[in-house]
Design a protein around this ligand. Structure first.
Ligand code: ADP
Ligand code: ASP
Ligand code: MG
Length: 407
């Protein structure tokens, strides 16, 4: 008998009909002779609407109360799913993250999993019961309800699959798998048959929000292969696993777009040891993640430094930047929030040359100006104007995945 961990995202459980649909799928999986643990998300829109409800009450709710509130979204779905399975003649039980034994640290709203003690899950599985676990949540070591960051149900599923040593882990969503680009931006994007953890990790952390990036990191660390599939059909999905030699044959596996970026430029930063350290040290203290950094060539002992951050963090870093710039004797600060990051990702870039040239050529053909460039071993990213970002994504995708080759 195999043990299968499945995860159903918000759209897949978005209505009562859809909950009945996934209940039937879960039951079918058990009837094929498997033990099943199913992790469910909140119904689509519920987490956002709970956040909005909290904001209607106060702009500064405590993180602890936010976690108590947000965890209810997933709990609702677990109970409804278990009820649906039981109504179809099956035997299912719902568990909160805490009841499932998911222990986390105490960092509310973005808790990390410490440990999982799946005693209750094992007991139910041994009795032939299907276990429905609330995604995105756990219990802190001090006994409080915690949540694992947006998209965290993916992490719940991968972590349970690792702990339970599941034979298969299936992530059900509203598209057929991982595509060469978000199909909502590029309708001609192709489904990828197999992708490495590293490639998906780069794609997920540069805007392809099909999987939570922390969950992919976890899958890589604990070597949990998984399949991303569509809950609305029976098509095979995308296998995510350790890289194979064959995967290097393709230079670019996917194209990602991250909107909501902002660029900050500080002019006339004194060109001497310590300036960058003080600047980015102060930013690190605000817990804001800095992405691409560019320092221009120095002219008469001063240089301009530009960097990108998330648009939402722009206000947060304002006062810190003003005081550091004054302290180090820099010039003015300019902020620009209409930018986006376009990335091409693929482990084949280690061995294929000319990817950057092809990318830049596509952008130039479209008259799109590149403001910044950053590279890693398996990624090239460019910062461009947000107004043309989707058009640029389609142009770049077309160069690496020409439409005429698809049919
Ligand atoms: P779920 O609610 O099932 O967790 P998400 O909305 O988090 O689903 O993720 C699925 C969505 O991710 C898709 O509807 C798609 O628009 C988006 N997406 C972004 N990039 C990609 C990609 N490269 N491949 C597939 N889907 C992508
Ligand atoms: N419901 C949570 C969210 O919307 C977690 C998830 O769906 O994975 O972020
Ligand atoms: Mg998701």
């Amino acid at each position: 008998m195999s043990l299968i961990v499945q995860k159903y995202g918000g759209t897949s459980v978005g209505t009562s009909e859809r909950i009945k649909n996934i209940a039937a799928r879960i039951l079918e999986t058990q009837r094929h002779g498997n033990s099943v643990v199913a992790v469910v998300s909140a119904m689509s829109g519920v987490t956002d609407s709970l956040i909005k409800q909290a904001r209607d009450i106060t702009l500064k709710p405590t993180d602890r109360e936010m976690d108590v509130l947000l965890a209810t979204g997933e709990q609702t779905t677990t109970a409804l799913t278990a009820m649906a399975i039981n109504a179809m003649g099956g035997n299912a039980v719902s568990l909160t993250g805490g009841q499932a034994g998911i222990l986390t640290n105490n960092i509310h709203t973005k808790a990390k999993i410490h440990d999982i003690t799946p005693t209750a899950i094992h007991r139910h599985l041994q009795n032939g019961v299907i276990v429905i676990v609330a995604g995105f949540q756990g219990h802190s070591t001090t006994g409080h309800i915690t949540t694992l960051g947006r998209g965290g149900s993916d992490l719940t599923a991968i972590a349970l699959a690792a702990t339970l040593k599941a034979d298969h882990c299936e992530i059900y969503t509203d598209v057929d798998g991982i595509f060469t680009c978000d199909p909502r931006i590029v309708p001609t994007a192709k489904k990828i048959e197999a992708i490495s953890y590293d490639e998906l990790l780069e794609m997920a952390s540069s805007g392809s929000k099909v999987m939570q990036s922390r969950s992919v990191e976890f899958a890589k660390k604990f070597q949990v292969p998984f399949e991303v599939r569509n809950s609305f059909n029976n098509n095979r999905g995308t296998i995510v696993k350790e890289e194979t030699a064959k995967m290097e044959n393709v230079a670019v596996r996917g194209v990602s777009l991250e909107k909501n970026q902002a660029k900050v430029t500080i002019t006339r930063v004194p060109d001497r040891p310590g300036s960058a350290s003080r600047l980015f040290g102060a930013l690190a203290d605000t817990n804001v993640v800095v992405d691409v950094i560019i320092q221009n060539t120095s002219e008469s002992g001063a240089t301009d430094i530009s960097f990108t951050i998330n648009k939402e963090d722009l206000e947060k870093v304002g006062p810190t930047l003003e005081s550091v710039a004054t302290a180090i004797g820099a010039g003015k600060i300019t902020k620009h929030d209409g930018i986006a990051k376009l990335s091409v990702v693929g482990i084949g870039m280690r061995t294929h040359s000319g990817v950057a040239a092809k990318l830049f050529e596509a952008l130039s053909q479209g008259g799109i100006n590149i403001q910044m460039i950053s590279t890693s071993e398996i990624k090239i990213a460019v910062i461009i104007d947000a107004a043309h970002a989707e058009e640029a994504t389609r142009l770049v995708h077309e160069v690496f995945y020409p439409e005429r080759e698809i049919s």
